[in-house]
Design a binder for this molecule. Structure first.
Ligand SMILES: C[S@@+](CC[C@H](N)C(=O)[O-])C[C@H]1O[C@@H](n2cnc3c(N)ncnc32)[C@H](O)[C@@H]1O
Length: 338
């Protein structure tokens, strides 16, 4: 089979990857192996399941480069990647990413309806988007926030490739979640002080995370609704990442006006979004596929706006100067106040 056909086929069957990962986390397979390499039979005995499914699971994880088999010793052990991503307690572990994906998976059998009839098929996600708690369960909320936080480091790094924070003193991150993006920027730029502005139920957790990560001296968290509350002032940059794509132009202009009001003259509103439509969106990297469709399952508005659309929304909000810098699938949109 050609590489192209094999790649296509593995995409078509990618749900297997997700389910294998989900079970491996549930059974804590890699954590178990990290305590000492062992045979499939010993692992099965520890997990109190049959050897056959455990062997199949280990083979699947092996194919993903997360565990490896030492034939001579008949033992399985984690690879370096497996140790980082799958061992409980590892600072880079991806457990929430997988749990978040699995949670969306429950809604995917109805994706056709979302595409055809604009039906919201992931109600828990829709609740979260509207600023309500994802469900009544703290656990689910933590999964949502935790998954975002894992990818926030990459978002912070991407923003920094096109926006220089060297002379910036104070940044407010609107919809800044647990402070992952801001923290990444602050690590690189020790002169930057920052504030996360997010909904009250999120900020409760953000405050704990700030303390845990040792950012208390430079980072604060303020609770509020970006649409209806007055925004804190005193920031030379207001940042917002992955918040506005799921909003319609009317709301984006409204949020833009709020930012303009809160900024001093010369202050900048920096918007990072993962999906840009139009020429800039091509070629998109393979990992972008999910992002274009994800928003359909939890929102009946918003989408991938083009360079021109972002520019006109910021102009309408009152920004004197606008700039859109597009890279691969994502874009940074900057509005400067007169
Ligand atoms: C998709 S997440 C993005 C989080 C973070 N900026 C990132 O890129 O990782 C959207 C964030 O916006 C927050 N949010 C949603 N509606 C909001 C509102 N009306 N006011 C303030 N924050 C809001 C959510 O709580 C969540 O933290």
């Amino acid at each position: 089979m050609s590489t192209e056909a094999a790649d296509f086929e593995s995409r078509a069957r990618a749900f297997y990857d997700l389910k294998i990962l989900a079970i491996a986390y549930e059974w804590d397979v890699v954590t178990e192996l990290s305590r000492g390499a062992m045979s499939a039979r010993d692992l099965a005995a520890k997990l109190e399941v049959a050897e056959r499914p455990v062997t199949a699971l280990l083979m699947g994880l092996g194919a993903m480069g997360l565990v490896r088999y030492e034939q001579d010793a008949d033992r399985w052990e984690p690879t370096e990647k497996g140790s980082r991503f799958m061992v409980t307690g590892s600072p880079n572990n991806m457990r929430d990413v997988v749990r978040f994906a699995e949670w969306q998976f429950d809604a995917l059998p109805r994706l056709r309806e979302a595409v055809k009839d604009r039906t919201i098929v992931w109600n828990a996600g829709a609740h979260y988007l509207k600023g309500k708690q994802a469900t009544g369960e703290q656990d689910k909320r933590d999964v949502f926030d935790g998954a975002l936080d894992v990818s926030a480091i990459a978002i912070g790094k991407s923003v920094m490739t096109v926006f220089d924070f060297a002379n910036v003193k104070r940044v407010m991150d609107v919809g800044g979640n647990l402070g992952g993006v801001l923290g990444t920027i602050m690590e690189k730029f020790p002169g930057v002080h920052g504030t996360v502005f997010d909904l009250p139920h999120v900020v409760e957790t953000t405050k704990r995370v700030i303390e845990k990560r040792g950012f208390s001296e430079r980072m604060t968290a303020v609770a509020g609704d970006m649409n209806s509350d007055t925004w804190p002032t005193g920031y030379d940059v207001i940042l917002t990442t992955r918040v506005l794509t799921t909003r319609d132009p009317h709301e984006i202009v409204h949020v833009g006006k709020k930012a303009l009001e809160a900024l001093p003259s010369g202050g900048r509103f920096v918007i990072f979004e993962e999906h840009l439509s139009g020429d800039e969106a091509h070629p998109v990297p393979p990992e972008a596929v999910w992002g274009y469709v994800f928003m359909l399952i939890l929102s009946d508005r918003g989408g991938s706006y083009s360079r021109d659309e972002w520019t006109s929304m910021l102009r309408e909000a009152g920004f004197a100067k606008t700039e859109v810098i597009a890279k691969n699938k994502w874009a940074v949109v900057i509005g400067t106040k007169a």
